[in-house]
Design a protein around this ligand. Structure first.
Ligand SMILES: Cc1ncc(COP(=O)(O)O)c(C=O)c1O
Length: 387
């Protein structure tokens, strides 16, 4: 069978490869610390699980509107207003099958063959695939620690060409856990808007961000109401496998997303949508907030532990559950470091080459989505290993 050039060009996640090797070691009876997992270890909030159990009583769970249950769209709009300091009308909320489908729909809606899309290096690797699936050309812009490994307005302005149609940003970012400062993000959006370009801003980790100056994190929509915002139930609410996310899009795109969703996958999963209505209760939000506090405590443990070992984290993260470590001082490349840490210390990590090209062989992503005692054990194994 002839496989399409598009499919052939997509490389696998190295994170998955390390996950597979870690699983093999575990099956052989080894105890592996899995710092390679890109999802929270907590699972769904109890109220969600109770609702999901109730939904399995034999009732029909038919397709919903392509745009999602109206009550869920309302709840998401309220959540955005109450938590992220911006007003969002429910009619602009589009429920999707995870942030992944939201990103795919956004690229389907906006990218034509030959269009250039600006993305930071390092960044979430799937964005490149989404844009390229529709014939886009991705221009990776190398970032530096001085800019928190994020795009800057100047960088976007300099890179913008005749062919550029838009920019994709994730803030906080995977793999670095760092955000674009709110003013800088507003300036990036201004640059793109002034050139007639679109802005896709992925806020999947916004619920797990520290926020600015004691205030809760703020959505980009507060400064750029026409940005296309992506978010998800996966990380803040711990619902990765339930495949539910959303996009907030300008009025003119709602009908476009509706047609795309109808055709591409009809609707997001119905049971997940009904159960997700519980996510916005005071009890479930308290659970999510407690987890965010737990992540911040773990982050401190990781940063202190790595500093003691002498492994450099050039930018202190302010969100998500990732730390981007410079392993240059060990004399190993990032790939060597990850290979040897797994085989010799039974610690699974993800090499920078999963996320980009620039400096990829110097950096390793550590995900602290494991409990504190496992975390401490992993750090002491890394200490022994690097010694
Ligand atoms: C930055 C970023 N965007 C999107 C996604 C996809 O998430 P979802 O599970 O909602 O599809 C991920 C998953 O790791 C991510 O890190």
């Amino acid at each position: 069978m002839r496989i399409s050039r598009r499919a052939s060009a997509i490389s696998p996640f190295y994170a998955m490869e390390y996950g597979r090797r870690a699983a093999e070691l575990i099956a052989d009876g080894h105890d592996v610390i899995r710092f390679n997992i890109g999802e929270p270890d907590f699972g769904a909030p109890p109220e969600f699980l109770a609702a999901a159990r109730e939904l399995c009583d034999g009732r029909p769970l038919p397709y919903t509107d392509a745009l999602g249950l109206p009550a869920l769209r309302e709840a998401i709009a309220r959540f955005y207003s109450e938590h992220f300091r911006c007003e969002v009308p429910a009619r602009r909320v589009v429920v999707t099958s995870g942030a992944s489908a939201a990103l795919l729909m956004a690229c389907a809606a906006l990218v034509d063959p030959g269009d250039e899309v600006l993305i930071a290096d390092p960044s979430y690797p799937c964005n490149r695939q989404f844009a390229e699936s529709f014939g886009g050309t991705v221009r990776l812009i190398p970032t530096t620690a001085a800019d928190r490994f994020q795009l800057t307005a100047d960088g976007v302005s300099t890179a913008w060409s005749e062919a550029t149609r838009g920019v994709m940003v994730a803030s906080p970012s995977n793999p670095t856990g760092t955000s674009v400062p709110a003013d800088e993000l507003a300036a990036i959006c201004d640059v793109a808007r002034s050139r007639g370009g679109w802005r896709i801003i992925d806020e999947i980790y916004l619920g797990l961000a520290d926020g600015d100056g004691g205030l809760p994190p703020r959505s980009v929509l507060a400064s750029d109401p026409e940005a296309i915002v992506i978010n998800s139930f996966s990380k803040y609410f711990g619902l990765t496998g339930w495949r539910l996310g959303w996009a907030i899009v300008p009025d003119g795109l709602v009908e476009v997303f509706e047609r795309l969703e109808q055709n591409y996958y009809i609707c997001p999963p119905t049971p997940s949508q009904f159960a997700a209505l519980t996510c916005f209760s005071p009890e479930s939000l308290a659970v999510a907030e407690a987890r965010r506090t737990e992540f911040r405590e773990r982050r401190k443990l990781v940063l202190d532990g790595l500093a003691e070992i002498g492994l450099d984290v050039p930018v202190v993260p302010d969100g998500a559950f990732y730390v981007y470590i410079d392993v240059g001082s060990t004399g190993m490349t990032a790939s060597e470091f990850c290979d040897r840490a797994l085989t010799e210390a039974h610690v699974a990590l993800t090499p920078g080459k999963d996320f980009g090209v620039a400096g990829a062989e110097r950096f390793v992503r550590l995900s602290y989505s494991v409990g504190k005692s496992e975390l401490a054990e992993g750090i002491s194994r890394l200490a022994r290993f690097t010694r």
